[in-house]
Design a protein around this ligand. Structure first.
Ligand code: NAI
Ligand code: MG
Length: 487
């Protein structure tokens, strides 16, 4: 046997295709708005298309909600509020459990549709997005009848109608993060998914209908920014929960200033992933890959700034490059795919602009040699070496598979560098020393700090940011608080 045949990581070794079947998927040609428990046509009769970013073909046409439709949905939510908020927690919990169970039953269908509509690898939608979405509903179903224990000596009350606006990077999961705590606490909801990925939220609407949830408790409106803005501006919405860009987050904050509306914002990030010389290097390399290439880097808490201690930098970078040569970029529905399609042509342009800026500002680029499919939106996993704190690509959120690499010598230096960003959402620390981990978790301005792992999510753990990454927490007991008042 030759040396290359012996090497399991030989670059010439290819995987056979392993596509997930789409036979069991039932998609309609046209989707309507989900208002007051029914699927209804948009009042202005407008529709837009959602496409599959791996081939840019249209999947379905989807209703575009106008401000009149928003008004209708808010009134339905308002009308449902009195009976929903006074239903016993135990009864509310039953509906939420039912939704969780129905997601599990239709998990495969959800996973395939998520990958078709948004471009993420089926392995991720199947093993992460969909199970986590179900788990969020299970978890908050458990809280519905225990609010008095969550907040002892207080009398928690729901706020009213929550307007929830979610992004395209984790469409079903973000819907679950928003809906589950709102329902458990007795609020009613008008939710808007992102315009490039509306389909799993609409499938969720079907499940909600099937669950028998009283009509009007959840309303799902599809549309773009204007629909979102109409929800934000509606005078009868009591709370806005938003996940998306910092720019839109700031717009929302300005818009509702001076009104009694409550707000939580989960915005962008530029997470630092810090590798110390005493870390388990091979695991750390795997962690770096997971931190930045998971979901094509369309992750607010991505570890997009790598800091490696100087003494191990050349080893880590070499191993990282080798690992990147073996990442499979391509068909999101193939079970071997590591990096799927970039969510939209607009996002691909954004990423390309940043890559160009990185080059113009003197960064040294590394991309593996790999074939990309001819149609669709693709981006090779990308490293930028030879960059410093002042580079645009080190400062701004790219939201794509692009990693900047810097080195450091001392702990204080890396803390300063890691915190030198307008964001404060996530960070990762790789070391064998527990004391170092605790020191860094105290010093890093980040809502989440992962130790010897990255991008791990759990419904019981609160998630959220500092500074321009937003405020408020989702997940855990803390995730109940933004949907309650205490007087
Ligand atoms: P975006 O913030 O425009 O979209 C997120 C959601 O907000 C969508 O549902 C959208 O329809 C809605 N929206 C847009 N304008 C609105 C308005 N004026 N009022 C109310 N809702 C509005 O994000 P976009 O343009 O798709 O992505 C741009 C950048 O934002 C990305 O490159 C990335 O850096 C960042 N981003 C961050 C996310 C996160 O999870 N933190 C998620 C999505 C994008
Ligand atoms: Mg789409």
């Amino acid at each position: 046997m030759s040396a290359t045949e012996n090497n399991p990581f030989n670059a010439s070794w290819t995987y056979d295709k392993a596509p997930e079947s789409t036979d069991h998927i039932q998609l309609k040609e046209q989707y309507e708005l989900f208002i007051d428990g029914a699927f209804v046509k948009p009042l202005k009769g407008k529709y837009f298309e959602t496409i599959n970013p791996s081939n840019n073909q249209t999947i379905a046409s989807v209703a575009e909600a106008s401000s009149e439709d928003v008004d209708k949905a808010v009134h339905a939510a308002r009308a449902a509020f009195d009976s929903w908020s006074t239903l016993s927690g135990r009864e509310r919990g039953k509906y939420i459990y039912r939704i969780a169970r129905l997601i599990q039953e239709r998990a495969r269908e959800f996973a395939v549709i998520e990958s078709m509509d948004g471009g993420k690898p089926i392995r991720e939608s199947r093993d992460i997005d969909v199970p986590l979405a179900a788990n969020h509903f299970f978890y908050y179903a458990g809280w519905a009848d225990k609010l008095a224990y969550a907040f002892p000596n207080k009398t928690p009350k729901p706020l009213g109608v929550a307007g929830q606006i979610i992004p395209w990077n984790f469409p079903l999961l973000m819907a679950a993060w928003k809906l589950a705590p709102a329902l458990a606490t007795g609020n009613t909801v008008v939710l808007k998914p992102a315009e490039t990925t509306p389909l799993t939220a609409l499938k969720l609407a079907e499940i909600i209908q099937e669950s028998g949830l009283p009509k009007g408790v959840v309303n799902i409106l599809t549309g773009a920014g204007a629909t979102g803005a109409a929800i934000v501006q509606h005078p009868e919405v009591d709370k806005i929960a938003f996940t998306g860009s910092t720019a839109v987050g700031k717009y929302i904050q300005k818009t509702i200033a001076g009104t009694p509306k409550k707000l939580t914002l989960e915005l962008g990030g530029k997470g630092a992933n810090i590798i110390f010389e005493d870390a388990a290097i091979d695991q750390a390399v795997e962690g770096i890959v997971n931190a930045i290439f998971f979901n094509q880097g369309h992750v607010c808490c991505a570890g997009s700034r790598l800091f490696v201690q100087e003494s191990v930098a050349s080893t880590v970078i070499q191993k990282l490059k080798e690992r990147m040569e073996h990442l499979i970029v391509g068909d999101p529905l193939d079970k071997n795919t590591d990096i799927g399609a970039i969510n939209s042509t607009k996002q691909l342009e954004t990423i390309k602009d940043y890559v160009e800026k990185g080059l113009k500002e003197g960064g040294e680029i590394y991309q593996p040699v790999c074939d990309l499919p001819k149609k669709g939106n693709w981006c090779r996993p990308t490293l930028f070496l030879n960059v410093s704190q002042s580079h645009t690509i080190v400062q701004e959120e790219i939201f794509g598979p692009v990693l900047t690499v810097q080195t450091f010598r001392t702990i204080d230096e890396v803390i300063d560098k890691a915190n030198n960003t307008p964001y404060g959402l996530s960070a990762g620390v790789w070391t064998q020393h527990g004391a170092k981990i605790f020191h860094l978790t105290q010093q890093l301005n980040a809502g989440v700090v992962w130790a010897n792992t990255f991008n791990k999510f759990d419904p019981t753990a609160p998630f959220g940011g500092y500074k321009e990454s937003g405020f408020g927490r989702e997940g855990g007991l803390q995730g109940l608080r933004p949907y309650l008042k205490f007087n």
